[in-house]
Design a binder for this molecule. Structure first.
Ligand code: PMP
Ligand code: GLN
Length: 391
């Protein structure tokens, strides 16, 4: 029998699915896969429900509904001062995942080099490879995950077509500094490349910091494709509504890929996201503030049971170094084994950070998701305390 595509067949099931199923099996508290456990903003849900029952439920325009494209452009202006022409520079996708695939399929020619930062989100590499791209990795290291000139120097070449950057960075919970972004911008321009910017966590930034889109740096407006996700911005990860903003010449080839991938996205969800993006700035501040409190709550709890907890400046996540906890609990093994063991023995699920690497992975870090009800976070810490004791 002939087999399926070799690149895609070489991958197992994603770590998020694997750990969620294992967590269910053990009736563990699932702080693995990144999703909130609340219902999401009631007014946004209301618009979606009304749209479903009373609105138009046939194919919306391929580029997205005018309402949502206008809302994405207005959002870019309000938060980042970016002037965006909604007609030629915004496209709606079925989640950031599809936006990423459309960008990569739309821009990569077989043999093009693609610069990727490790840790990297798990959908990046399979699509880069399936599109014929040749990955060149820049490894970032805990606890600072700093982008250095040496790292970029080694990865960029005249064959570099694009760099794919996730900022804020899952799972590291890092928001890159302006200096780091300037470095990336310098290399992108020097090698005449593009930047696909996965900014799905743009509104989940803590401690009063503001997200800086790479697109806003000098010389980068025409070179960046900025990707956002309603899943993260409205705590509705199942909706899968994403949006790409880019100069028309960059967006056009990406739209060609999109038209053959999904073509369009449910109209009621587009209406609701358009409504949501226009919400008062206080909504976005409360979102970040609420998550920041959860970050602090879980971080303190994890420290109290003996984890070394790394800084978390953004996202749904906090990374913990397992070494001191493992030594005290008598566990030996890497982060993957640790996460399976913690699920089975401790009743709490996390994600091994090595799953975000394909080479030179650290094996001592795991990722906890804190976008959960306070009582769930407390119950997770209490389980660990009851089973393994306080530090
Ligand atoms: N990029 C990153 C870094 C993510 O963490 C996620 C996950 N949720 C996505 C993309 C996918 O976003 P969406 O659900 O909108 O496809
Ligand atoms: N982005 C989510 C995470 O990092 C997972 C999304 C998925 O399960 N595909 O946990």
């Amino acid at each position: 029998m002939k087999s399926g595509n070799a690149v895609l067949s070489s991958y197992g099931t994603t770590i998020f699915e694997v750990m969620s199923r294992l967590s269910d099996e053990h009736k563990a508290i699932n702080l693995g896969q990144g999703f909130p456990d609340e219902r999401g903003p009631a007014d946004v849900l209301e618009v979606a429900a009304k749209g479903l029952l009373e609105g138009w439920n046939q194919y919306p325009p391929m580029m997205g509904t005018p309402d949502l494209r206008q809302a994405v452009a207005a959002h870019s202006k309000r938060f980042y001062g970016l002037e965006v022409d909604w007609k030629s520079e915004v496209m709606v996708t079925s989640g950031a995942t599809e936006a990423l695939a459309a960008c990569l399929f739309g821009l990569i020619e077989p043999g093009d080099e693609v610069v990727l930062f490790q840790p990297m989100y798990d959908s990046y590499l399979p699509i880069v490879r399936r599109a014929g791209g040749v990955p060149r990795f820049v490894n970032l290291r805990a606890p600072d995950w700093t982008i250095t000139r040496e790292g970029l120097e080694a990865a960029f070449s005249p064959r570099t077509k694009l760099v794919l950057i996730n900022d804020p960075l899952n799972p590291a919970a890092k928001a890159f500094s302006r200096a780091e972004l300037e470095l990336v911008a310098e290399y992108v321009q020097r090698f005449d490349a593009f930047a696909v910017c996965d900014e799905v966590y743009e509104h989940l930034v803590f401690d009063g910091a503001a997200h800086i889109p790479l697109m806003t740096l000098p010389g980068m407006r025409e070179r960046c494709l900025k990707i956002g996700s309603a899943g993260k911005t409205f705590s509705l990860t199942g909706w899968k509504v994403g949006y790409v903003t880019a100069a028309p010449t960059l967006l056009q080839p990406v739209a060609k890929a999109h038209q053959f991938l999904t073509f369009t996205t449910p109209p009621n969800l587009q209406a609701a996201v358009a409504y949501g993006l226009a919400k008062d700035t206080s909504y976005f501040e409360a979102l970040a503030g609420g998550l920041q409190a959860k970050r602090d709550r879980l971080s303190a709890g994890l420290r109290a049971v003996g984890f070394e907890v790394l800084p978390s400046a953004a996202t749904y996540f906090v990374v913990a170094d397992i070494r001191s906890f493992a030594a005290r609990a008598g566990f030996e093994g890497d982060d993957q084994a640790f996460c399976r063991w913690l699920t089975a023995e401790g009743g709490v699920t996390a994600i091994p950070v090595s799953a975000f690497f394909v080479e030179d992975a650290p094996t001592n870090c795991i990722r906890f998701c804190f976008s959960k009800k306070d009582e769930v976070l407390d119950a997770a810490v209490e389980r660990l305390r009851a089973r393994f004791g306080a530090a």
